[in-house]
Ligand binder design. Sequence first.
Ligand code: SF4
Length: 401
Amino acid sequence: MSKKEIRWSRRNFLKTTGAVGLASIIGPMASLAHASDKMSKVPTRPFGKTGANVSILSLGGMFNIASNQLLMKQAVNWGVTYWDTADCYQSGSEKGIGKFFSRQPDTRKKIFLVNKSDARDPKGMTRRLDRSLDRMKTDYIDLYFVHGIYSIDELDSRTKAWAEKTKAAGKIRFFGFSTHSNMEECLLEAAKLGWIDGIMMTYNYRLMHSDNMRRAVDACVKAGIGLTAMKTQGGGQIRTDSQTELELAGRFLEKGFTDAQAKLKAVWQNPQIASICSQMPNMTILMANVAAALDKTQLSARDTSLLQRYAAETRSAYCTGCTAICESCVEREAPIGDVMRYLMYCNSYDDYALASEGFKKIPQKIRRDIARLDYSMAERKCPQGLPIAKLMQEAKKKLET
Ligand code: SF4
């Protein structure tokens, strides 16, 4: 399509969305008018074989919860009762939850509370768990994750013993891990272990249709592992730079939802996924996501295939986290997958603070040379065709200050 044609189509798109857009976006939100009714709570799904039912929308807690107490109250009212945080989240996420539970002690039993720890050794895990319990003013966590594993080898018999002992002590009910890297391998291996209750992994309209991901999800479901999807926006808002993007965005608006809501729906359409963890730092996003969860409109086969076409056309702008492929191709240590994720927070989610905070956690001696390494072999092997060297330079320039 020529630039002229794209410009023409964009005018048409704006005309169309101008006519139907605002009402359409607000359309699903109108169902929130009924959300205070007992019948209008976000639906729930069983979480693996744990026996727990969780809301299909989970409140991701990587934001200043302490100043957002009203938002949490509203989340409970709308049935968003699966809450997620981590001991490493800044801005007092755990303390904010603790403040909420202190003020509303009856709420604790309604919440399926998830926390995660960066520790791997049993002593460190106990120390961090106890600190989290203290900060969150609760004596148990429903699901406790080892945070952000790259390989199942990060869990061993000591981890299993710790999980069993901690469950027996009543401090956690269920145990598992989260992963942004090599998700498919981590899931497949976890399904063989027999002692993992739940997993939270990067999963979205870009990744969910690959054979590897389907196999991994099937194996976990068969093993009774509850699955939570994260990073479901798959790299940020759909732009309108190409014909597919125009078609996609316009199509969803005409149906009455935004592309962000459509991406949530794409994931919910797989009943194997129990919940979607979403950062909802303000009432507008919470409302939009709750509206999407309450709305009964299904994506059509045509919508799904358009999303897939869009994913294929923009693949070189999205890192799929397969770090086992690229990181071993670089002579020195370079956390390529992590850096790509931080860059996504900055470029696609407009969250510079989060991106920069993550980037600065990379040890200084690794960061120092990160933009100078030879990534040519990694680029040749990258299945997404990412210009890794250029992106690493961009990350260093943007995120180190
Ligand atoms: S840069 Fe490429 S190879 Fe490396 S994790 Fe991302 S998509 Fe996979």
